[in-house]
Write a protein that binds this ligand. Structure first.
Ligand code: HXC
Length: 528
């Protein structure tokens, strides 16, 4: 399909050329190498896609890009045409004035496939990002391992995976899939912190539709198998999705503004016009006292954070928990909140995995955790048990117990059983815990509790229903309120909901110099 020949070799330099001749030639060579083939550019645009350089322009501050290895080509004698760049543009620039390293695969050149030189360029920019302590953004659009280069192409991916893992928790790594990302190549985004996909543009799968048809007989389109919608809502592979590339790259810029450059730095803080002392009286209208009446916890979050702005991760997957990055008092916070409008906010396998990964990411990048609790428990069911809710729920416990950033728990309403403990209770290491006065902290809800502990008495009662109602009332009045937990030191204060924002910002300030107290070890052995 390609109409391109290799990038032509520069004209030889005349023996008597002046310095200005050399400079003119440099500009010409550079121009030819960067512009690329017009037909290939048209084909890229016809698919609704930007080119690699256009993507970098959208990602980085204007005029800030410094390119590396523009003239890098495959070694002489390579089985493929020798294009400058070898199909990937690499370099560094700034985003909102802060240093960022990036690479963008150029699908116009050999389908953005990864050969030896292409991989070596990516390895170099990854090594530089780690050395400089700056985020790395990968703009991916590639047919995968370059078939003609065989095992060296495969080894190139190995080198990327190794660096992804070396950089994990050291610098933020962001993958942006803007075309195909197939086979083993899909594992690089999975090893990074965030994966962005664009509807009708991105496709990710380990084995494509043709192989699936041959092996299992199933018929499926690229979009149905590995499009943005599927990875956003079903597989949980996509952390964020966007409708178009420009919006996606704007979202990447916003995400970077919320993150530190590396694990030694704190996330940048910003001046805010939203007063830290702002009270939130509307919260009392948003959350009904009856624990069975649902409400959208995103309204609670919007009310409390600066300027009602927050960036939800995995917005369409495991929606019964909301995980979001926001700012409070100008500082980045990671928010976790049970979502009563989706499956009553219950914890299950997917929510445990989503929340555990989010806690882990926040902890790695010094982002304090604020957890809003309104949880009926872990989801009962044979499927959940057989699919490993014990293993997966343990991931959430492990992530919280391991986290050394400031941790604040706010119990909005009900908090039952193991799910209460897992949602960053004081007992697993929250630094401060606040409860609203409508609160019910208990092993289980009153009806279930009465059914268990008064089973014999109810069976013998003359009017079991009347006795049941009486016992439920007594149990609720005695135990289902926050003052009992507060008397036992498990809640640090019972607060007016209107003061929630003020209290959290004050607590974040008090804990801002918290230092981790870690025991020496090689690394933990988290549940998988
Ligand atoms: C070499 C490749 C290539 C590849 C595409 N091209 N993939 N060249 N190696 N892996 C070339 C095509 O030959 C074509 O060149 C140009 O890129 C554009 O490709 P088209 O097929 O015309 O584009 P399109 O119709 O958009 O289809 C894109 C595609 C398809 C879906 C990606 O090209 C495809 O299925 N490619 C093969 C994918 C694959 O199986 N890759 C290996 C995955 S395994 P011309 O010269 O005609 O313009 C893997 C292992 C990683 O990656 C292991 C890590 C451990």
């Amino acid at each position: 399909m390609s109409q391109q020949a290799s990038t032509p070799a520069p004209e030889p330099v005349r023996h008597a050329a002046t310095t200005r001749d050399h400079v003119r030639r440099l500009h010409e060579v550079r121009r030819r190498a960067t512009v690329g083939d017009e037909l290939a550019t048209e084909r890229q645009h016809a698919k609704g896609k930007l080119t690699a350089r256009q993507r970098l322009q959208h990602l980085l501050d204007e005029g800030s890009f410094t390119e590396f290895d523009l003239f890098r080509r495959p070694a002489p004698g390579s089985p493929v045409p020798e294009y400058c760049t070898d199909g990937v543009v690499t370099g560094a620039g700034t985003v909102h004035g802060r240093r960022v390293f990036a690479y963008a695969q150029d699908f116009r050149i050999l389908g953005g496939s990864l050969g030896e030189a292409h991989a070596a360029k990516i390895h170099k920019v990854m090594d530089l990002a780690i050395a400089a302590g700056a985020p790395l953004v990968a703009l991916l659009d590639s047919g995968g391992a370059r078939i003609q280069e065989g095992v060296t192409a495969l080894a190139g991916y190995g080198g990327i995976f190794r660096r992804n893992v070396r950089a994990s928790g050291v610098i933020p790594q962001i993958s942006v899939v803007l075309g195909p990302c197939a086979g083993g190549a899909a594992y690089s985004p999975a090893l990074t912190d965030f994966t962005f996909l664009v509807r009708n543009v991105s496709h990710m799968f380990v084995t494509g539709p043709d192989v699936i048809k041959t092996v299992t007989g199933e018929s499926v389109t690229h979009e149905e198998l590995g499009g943005a919608e599927v990875h956003a809502a079903t597989s949980g592979v996509a952390t964020f999705v966007a409708d178009d590339e420009e919006t996606c790259l704007e979202d990447v810029r916003h995400l970077i503004s919320l993150l530190p450059s590396n694990s030694h730095d704190l996330p940048p803080s910003y001046e805010t016009d939203d007063p830290p002392a702002r009270r939130c009286p509307r919260l009392a209208d948003i959350v009904p006292a009856n624990p069975k009446v649902p409400y959208d916890v995103r309204e609670v979050i919007a009310e409390i954070v600066d300027d009602a702005e927050f960036m939800e991760v995995h917005e369409h997957w495991a929606e019964n928990i909301v995980c979001a990055l926001a700012r409070m008092g100008g500082r980045t916070v990671g928010i976790l909140a049970n979502q009563p409008v989706v499956r009553a906010g219950v914890l299950d396998i997917d929510t445990s995995q989503k929340a555990a990964r989010f806690v882990q990411m926040c902890d790695a990048f010094s982002i304090p955790l604020v957890t809003f609790v309104d949880v009926p428990g872990f989801l009962p069911g044979v499927d959940q048990e057989h699919d490993g809710i014990i293993r997966h729920g343990a991931k959430l416990l492990y992530a919280y117990c391991n986290a050394t950033v400031p941790r604040i728990q706010v119990i909005l309403r009900k908090a039952y059983g193991g799910a209460y403990i897992a949602m960053d209770s004081r007992s697993i290491g929250a630094d401060l815990s606040f409860a609203w006065p409508i609160n019910e902290i208990a092993v289980m809800g009153a009806e279930a509790a009465v059914g268990v502990i008064y089973r014999k008495e109810l069976a013998a009662a003359g009017d079991p229903e009347q006795r049941r109602t009486q016992l439920i009332t007594e149990y609720t009045e005695e135990l289902m309120h926050p003052y009992y937990a507060s008397e036992r030191g498990l809640v640090d204060d019972v607060i007016d909901p209107a003061d929630t924002r003020v209290m959290i910002i004050r607590a974040l300030e008090l804990l801002s110099d918290k230092r981790p107290d870690l025991m020496p070890r090689k690394h933990g052995n988290p549940p998988t």
